[in-house]
Write a protein of this length. Sequence first.
Length: 277
Amino acid sequence: MFLPLFINYLYLFKIKEITLNITFFITLIVVLAIVVAFILLAYRSFIQRIVKEKNAQFEAEVLHQKRLVLENIKAQESERKRIAVMIHDDIGNRLNILSLWLNNLDTKGDEIIKKNISTQMSSLIDSARSISHSLYPVNLETVGLVLYIEELIANLSGRINISLNVSPKFQKKDIFIEVQLYRIIQEFTTNVLKHSEASRVWIYIKDNHTNLAVVISDNGESFDYEAVKKGMGIKNIESRIKSMNAAHKWKNILHHGSRLIIKIPYHNEFQDQNSIN
């Protein structure tokens, strides 16, 4: 009678012992899993912190390089302005005075000589003005961007049809921005005249809530960006765009024209460029 009870007791004891062992192993596995998960999370956090620090260092370096580029461009523009003003105000004025004196001279029959000298003087005055203008748009500060672009359009009217559309809300910008925009438009139209065989160019300038949008397009032959991106014309345009911390996109269709879209952000110098879709 006692033997079956004893066997049952041993059986129950073994089952309890096995259950405890299973519980122990499960608990051990759970603890190990938690420890491993904690280690993985700590390692992931460590890696993320390292990556974040590397990204911060990279962004700081990019910011530093942008500032160096901007300072370099501003220094170049300042020197260009100094030389341009000197040519425009000093040499140009002196040539104009000489021209007036020449016209008032009594040449006593030497009209051919007077005419030749006068022609050469006029040519020198035009050259001085052209050199000054190519170095720096001296009068842009007083005239303003829109009127200066309209002057460029008038000068090119005999060679190509250029239309300018400016938003009524457009307000005068910082002189550095206006100079860069004028140079970009000037470079774009020069490239069009030289290479694209276009008959029309369109310029749109619009003030938005967060940025100034500028779109320049033509109806010429266009170009393969990858093939010409190392050319000086494209380099000059994109260098000036970068100096304004602006975003840009080329939309070209071979034989159907080129389009350059520029978005210049307000009040966020040296921040990341916005994408253009």
